[in-house]
Design a binder for this molecule. Sequence first.
Ligand code: SF4
Length: 305
Amino acid sequence: MDDRQMIQEIEKLKKEKNIKIFAHNYQNFEVQKIADYTGDSFYLSKLAGEVECDEIVFCGVRFMAETAKIMCSDKKVVLPVEDAECPMAHMVKPEEVLAFKKEHPDFKVVSYVNTTTELKAVSDVCVTSSVAEKVINNMDAQNILFIPDMNLADYISKNVSGKNIVSWNGYCPVHDKVRKEEIFAMRKEHSGYEVLVHPECRREVLQEADFVGSTSAIINYARNSNAPGFIIGTETGVLHALRAENPEKEYELLSASLICYNMKKTTLRDVYDAVSGNGGLVIELDEELAEKARKSLDEMIRLSH
Ligand code: SF4
């Protein structure tokens, strides 16, 4: 079966089985194109609880599919590639968080959405990069343990006041590789372009950027800016949405290292297999654990308003 036939089959099966396809902005272009919804983690996890369908095929990494399942326990959720994992989601263990809490009972635990369900279950509130500052500002706690991303924690600490934020030492292996020298070189080559970067990058990179924000904030910024072009400091998949929305502007990837291999594991064939019920991982979560994790996600939605 060629790609065109596969796309036709996927469309047919989606209607027959009442399936919606979700794809994160970092997915391969052909996967984003076939999706019903594309976006960042906050948008997609919120949407999972709202959209009407019997099944969600979630093209992303495992914690995202688990988050969708937590938000809609009545729906079947399938991750097309079983070993599509985010390494950062495993850089802290629930036992370590529990031990910290025991030692520091005056701290609240804020977990980045890039965490396992087990970690969300031991957190007080979950955040995505698009709402982290707002959520933390709205929390009544002063002492906060932020897990697992140290770069995001560092960025947030600079933008919220009156909070004592202690960070875990996790990081995104993709964004953490970018260096400020790459910005200098790109600016020389593309004069007049603005540099837009994700807060998972290091502080030295954020300091040299024109704008720092989540993938959706970057897309928004590019939409409203008058610059002729942009140097993009986040995963390459976001170029798809940027070019689709503003085809008259130019986009350059800041660094060749901005490719998440786990996000790129999902192919059109995997989506077809998942939609046809012949592949992928059906997400099953322990009910009690999912209930606890749900509380931290509900708290994020409440505090982000
Ligand atoms: S880009 Fe980084 S944080 Fe996002 S899924 Fe890949 S490894 Fe995880």
